[in-house]
Design a binder for this molecule. Structure first.
Ligand code: C2O
Ligand code: CU
Length: 513
């Protein structure tokens, strides 16, 4: 699709917004966005209406990842990723999902503390929305931060095909880390069949153990993984049982693979904020901006006490990092993933200073030799979680599976729905020790509330990080988390790699209200 067609598409989408104005971010005081393209920004509500309503239509589209690389994708409002939605913290919002797909779907609001019936879990919190059907999600937008939304029906297939998008909740008060310009970058992996498969990132990195050794040698024997295992009949709810791991061959930034990625522009002297969202099914990315340090300010949208300067940020599936960049090195640079093969598979974007547009950047360097990498133990989270009032409850979960090429993944030896729920009462302080006995990392995500990361691989954090997804490294990696059970209901707690989720690595956190 060419630029003009995209812009026409964006204009056409305005009709989807009712009871609200579609405005460019300029009007919201955020500078320098490349227009309102593909963006649903919610301006002021019309007279006296205090619920913002937007409409998202899920539909099959033809999507061009790069010239000559078009795929049949599933999209929200015609775009991959879907439109960025922005709300103000505390705002009442209503999102009307219209299902124009030939199959059921739902939306999950990842990292948002929605009431349980709004969580988008087919079979648990709602019936799947049938083809031609509509579902109305209503919730208060909180907490502030870089969140995202995605399908939770047949996650492996529908997420892989594009039903993912950013959701930014702007703080009600002032932002602890001011900036002049911002970009949201959604990272994704694609199996198009058009190139050689990239190695899976198997061992994880986020805890910083082993300095990426595992990540760099993460080739997995896909050939041995063939689809011979039997489905377990989670059917419509989870996605129809087992299948071979797709051969991911293309990496995208905001739905485009280089050379189709849209350049990021800055002006010398600006403070730039990047919101990195990893929507990939299987890959941990390692984001660098050549010539610049990245100052990590938020983990999964939640602020740190102070920014942590690093050279590169590993980001596991479903994680988000916000980073600040001081634009002080005029020229042209690559922003890219340093994982072997990823930049070549499309995961790079030109980063140019104003009036330096014509320059050619230095080629990208793969790998992490000599680089200072972000890992969990470097950060100090702010204490933004609700406080617990009740007693302390402790649980332990052993993550295993995947042995001998099996696609069964377990928690305490059981596959969902046979896993034992973490059953607690509202207000209790819940501690969970996650121990990984398998040979792959598991980015574990809790619905309905964020948690504090207390310790990683036995090392206590000086000040717990606040997250909603935490990567538990392969080979005996361990993470201790804690949360106040403040949001009643049955909540999914699962590995965010859809293959592992569908293989059974899910439990419920059941909070009696
Ligand atoms: Cu990103 Cu179960 O979710
Ligand atoms: Cu997993």
């Amino acid at each position: 699709m060419d630029e003009a067609a995209l812009i026409r598409g964006a204009v056409g989408r305005r009709q989807f917004i009712r009871g609200a104005w579609c405005v460019g971010l300029g009007a919201l005081g955020v500078m320098g966005r490349p227009g309102a393209r593909g963006l649903v920004a919610i301006g002021q509500a019309e007279a006296a209406q205090d619920v913002r309503e937007i409409v998202l239509e899920a539909r099959q589209v033809k999507w061009e990842l790069a010239p000559g690389r078009s795929i049949t994708a599933l999209a929200y409002n015609g775009r991959v990723p879907g439109p960025e939605i922005r709300f103000k913290e505390g705002e009442r919002v209503r999102v009307v999902l219209k299902n124009a797909l030939g199959e059921p779907t739902t939306i999950h609001w990842h990292g948002v503390d929605v009431p349980n019936p709004m969580d988008g879990m087919p079979g648990i919190t709602q019936k799947p929305v049938p083809p031609g059907g509509t579902f109305v999600y209503e919730f208060e937008a909180r907490p502030a931060g870089t969140r995202w939304y995605h399908t939770h029906f047949q996650g492996q297939r529908q997420m892989d095909l594009g039903l993912v998008a950013p959701l930014i909740i702007e703080p009600a008060g002032s932002d602890p880390f001011p900036f002049d310009r911002e970009y949201t970058l959604v990272l994704d992996d694609w199996a198009t069949g058009a190139g050689p498969a990239l190695p899976s990132t198997r061992e994880g990195t986020a805890g910083g153990r082993g300095e990426m050794g595992g990540m760099m040698s993460g080739m997995r024997g896909r050939g041995m993984m063939g689809g011979g295992m039997m489905g377990r009949g989670m059917g419509g709810m989870m996605g129809g049982g087992s299948q071979a791991m797709p051969a991911y061959d293309t990496m995208s930034i905001n739905g485009k693979a280089y050379p189709a990625t849209e350049p990021l522009r800055v002006r010398k002297g600006e403070r730039l904020r990047l919101r990195l969202i990893n929507a990939s099914a299987d890959h941990t990315h390692l984001i660098r901006l050549a010539g610049h340090q990245l100052r990590v300010t938020h983990t999964d949208g939640n602020p740190l006490v102070e920014a942590v300067a690093v050279d590169a940020v590993p980001i596991a599936p479903s994680e988000r990092y916000d980073v600040l960049v001081a634009a002080d090195r005029p020229g042209a640079w690559w922003l890219y993933c340093a994982q072997p093969g990823h930049a070549a598979a499309g995961e790079k974007v030109l980063f140019t200073y104003e009036r330096r547009e014509g320059r050619k950047p230095e080629p990208v360097t793969e790998g992490v030799g000599g680089l200072r990498l972000w890992h969990y133990t470097l950060g100090q989270g702010r204490d933004v979680l609700p406080a617990a009032s009740g007693s302390v409850r402790s649980f332990s979960q052993t993550l295993s599976g995947g042995m001998m090429g099996s696609d069964a993944w377990t928690i305490n030896g059981k596959q969902y729905p046979s896993t034992d729920p973490i059953a607690v009462k509202r207000g209790e302080r819940v501690r969970v020790r996650l121990g990984n006995m398998s040979m792959e990392a598991h980015p574990m995500h809790l619905h309905g509330q964020s948690f504090a990361v207390l310790a990683v691989n036995g090392q206590r954090l000086a000040q717990p990080l606040v997250k909603d997804s935490v990567d538990v490294e392969a080979h005996m990696g361990a993470v201790d988390i804690e949360f106040a059970a403040h949001n009643p209901g049955d909540w999914f707690f699962h590995c965010h790699k859809p293959m592992h989720m569908e293989g059974g690595m899910i439990t419920l956190v059941r909070i009696a209200g």
